[in-house]
Write a protein that binds this ligand. Structure first.
Ligand SMILES: *Cc1c(COP(=O)(O)O)cnc(C)c1O
Length: 380
């Protein structure tokens, strides 16, 4: 790895590409969408999008249009789908940028069609707006409700015939609540596909699975899967590790020891003195705190690696820093501290931090804040 900096997330783009290639082989669908929303789960969206495409993804997925346009502005030409929109969204820039719009209502369809007509009238566009219709099949989030299917599909077909839009896909999302719930959602989705067909729609893309369903439920794969957490080398399953899925964690979060002090027994450490030294010992100060997304809830619970040994966080995680009791280990200011990375290299994992903080690995990596420098390695 490159030389340590104060606070750094080292992002192994080679590992990301290999994860995508491996998933593509294991899952075997015609299309693989790499989900790079939320700054690629904290890993850096543009760099990760490119690495995912290098690994064989042929689609990119994001939540909102700002994220989609950022990828286009960076020169990424691959197809991009965005599926969560403000009620007042101006769809014109995204239509012009050739972004697929994941739509959940007839009102959104109308807004897209009129934005497209305005662009054509201004001579700024010749083609159609690219649309993928999202169906509600159980999660109670966005998506077209069953009782609105016929009307919305019918209107979408009219807008296709008028030349305003092309319905490229029909999709949904599962809850992972249980195998039975997911089977119900898949059956519900199939009924939606049939109704879309009856309305005259011929969506080329059919998708419902994110990482978990793509890996465990062959029936959920259709001809595209949307992979997020797994491409970052993390497992969507409790009790099944990255390594067991053939994946390597992409992010290593590390910093440099900012201060070292030798203290006597009984010394209070960090706010509220929730930790007191059991004997004379050495304390090392790590310059990452909850401003970096380090969960305060992991105080006195999570572990970090210094000089090849693992030590617990001692006392409260503060905004900018926390303390580690390193016992009699020789630690110097400037030494590298790894908070999490690839357990195969002996580091604590994002899953260990998730367990310590009562959350999931998704949240651990995605919340890493802007003061942490992203350093990209392993680029092709
Ligand atoms: C975030 C998201 C995904 C990716 O989910 P993972 O579990 O990270 O693979 C896929 N589809 C939708 C609609 C999402 O919001």
């Amino acid at each position: 790895m490159s030389e340590a900096v104060f606070r750094e997330a080292v992002i192994d783009l080679g590992a990301l590409s290999r994860n995508v290639a491996h998933l593509r082989t294991v899952i075997g669908t015609e299309h693989v969408m790499a989900v790079v929303k939320a700054n690629a789960y904290g890993h850096g969206s543009v760099e990760c999008a490119r690495a995912a495409l290098d690994g064989g993804a042929d689609w990119l997925g994001v939540a909102d249009l700002t994220e989609a346009v950022e990828l286009r502005d960076a020169g990424i030409a691959a197809p991009i789908l965005a599926w969560l929109h403000d009620p007042d969204t101006d769809f014109a820039p995204a239509i012009e940028a050739g972004i697929d719009l994941g739509l959940s209502s007839k009102a959104q369809l109308e807004a897209v069609a009129s934005a497209r007509r305005a662009l054509v009238a201004q001579g700024r566009l010749h083609g159609q707006a690219l649309v993928q219709l999202k169906l509600e099949t159980g999660l109670s989030r966005n998506g077209i409700a069953e009782h609105e299917w016929d009307e919305t599909f019918g209107r979408a077909r009219e807008l296709e015939q008028e030349g305003d839009i092309v319905v490229r896909g029909v999709f949904s999302h599962v809850s992972n609540a249980s195998p039975e719930d997911d089977a119900d959602a898949i059956a519900f989705y199939r009924r939606g596909l049939e109704r879309a067909e009856v309305a005259g729609l011929r969506p080329e893309l059919r998708h419902i699975a994110a990482s978990a369903a793509a890996l465990r439920i062959p029936d959920a794969r259709f001809n595209l899967v949307r992979l997020g957490i797994s491409i970052y080398g993390l497992s969507p399953f409790e009790g099944q590790s990255s390594a067991e899925l053939g994946l390597s964690p992409v992010m290593t979060l590390r910093g440099r020891v900012a201060a070292v002090r030798r203290v006597p027994a009984g010394k209070g450490v960090s706010y509220d003195y929730t930790y007191r030294t059991p004997h004379e010992t050495t304390l090392a100060l790590v310059p990452l705190g909850y401003a970096e997304g380090i969960p305060r809830h992991a105080s006195n619970r999570a572990t970090v690696s210094i000089g090849g040994r693992v030590f617990p966080v001692s006392g409260r995680v503060a905004m900018d820093q926390f303390v580690v009791d390193v016992d009699d280990q020789t630690v110097d200011v400037g030494d590298e501290v790894v908070l999490f990375g690839d357990p195969a290299a002996g580091f604590p994992s994002a899953d260990d931090w998730a367990d310590a903080a009562g959350t999931i690995n998704y949240e651990i990596v995605t919340r890493i804040g802007p003061r942490v420098q992203r350093t990209f390695v392993g680029r092709k």
